[in-house]
Design a protein around this ligand. Structure first.
Ligand SMILES: O=C(NCCCCc1cc2cnccc2s1)c1cc(-c2ccc(F)cc2)cc(O)c1O
Ligand SMILES: [Mg+2]
Length: 214
């Protein structure tokens, strides 16, 4: 196929959503991915859990690992209070290019900094590059075998503080066994599993919410 799946998702947003209206961007992506072609967005079911955790935390500084088309980026940024910031990290330049356009279409570009590159290289540079003291909220949605090492890296770089909330996607499907073992056995985290289903599917998946205790 000539176009990529992210490019087709962008087309669906441009066709069916209203510029500057994040809710319509979210709905357009969900409709396309449910009825036309599946894509690895957090989706509308797990998205409601993401929304509720975000509303509870109300972060000033948030980090997302794994942007893809920007679906969860828009879901997160639309709920941030004025002056709050979201940094989102994407490895794949083609995905990042589409995400920038979807974020701009939603009108949320002023709240979001999209950074391209591998999380392992970028996390140690967060403080110096973006003047971040620590994150209030982290959404993990990138390579599933990077959740655990990157969480340890965030700790070692002093980017977590007492009360920081980590929310991890896909802890059942595709699964993040090492990460679950780490956060559930470490005395430094208080963890809870939110049962749901894989985006646009009946397969079980869920989100793990882990509060850093300092
Ligand atoms: O792989 C998934 N997400 C990660 C891809 C992003 C790669 C990156 C690495 C990297 C490194 N550093 C910085 C940024 C980044 S972004 C993923 C996969 C499924 C899935 C796929 C097939 C299936 F049958 C069932 C579920 C569902 C999901 O919700 C996912 O999120
Ligand atoms: Mg995911």
């Amino acid at each position: 196929t000539r176009t990529s799946r992210p490019q087709r998702i962008l087309k669906a947003v441009q066709k069916n959503a209203t510029k500057g209206d994040p809710e319509s961007v979210i709905s357009a992506i969900d409709h396309y991915c449910r009825h036309k072609e599946w894509a690895m967005n957090v989706g509308d079911d797990k998205g409601l859990i993401l929304d509720s955790v975000l509303t509870e935390v109300n972060p000033s500084t948030a980090l997302e690992l794994g942007t893809y088309c920007g679906y969860s980026t828009v879901r997160i940024a639309r709920l941030l209070s004025p002056g709050s910031k979201l940094i989102t990290v994407e490895f794949n330049p083609a995905f990042a290019a589409v995400a920038r356009q979807i974020i701009a279409y939603a009108g949320l570009q002023d709240k979001i900094t999209l950074v391209e590159g591998p999380s392992g290289d970028l996390i140690p540079k967060m403080k110096e590059r973006f003047g971040i003291k620590s994150f209030d909220f982290v959404f993990l949605d990138h390579w599933k075998d990077r959740y655990e090492p990157d969480t340890k890296l965030l700790e070692d770089c002093g980017l977590l503080k007492k009360g920081t909330v980590l929310l991890a996607d896909n802890v059942i499907c595709p699964g993040t066994p090492e990460y679950l073992k780490y956060v559930r056995n470490s005395p430094r985290y208080e963890s809870r599993y939110y049962k749901s289903n894989l985006e646009y599917s009946k397969v079980e998946d869920g989100l793990e919410k882990s509060v850093f205790l300092g």
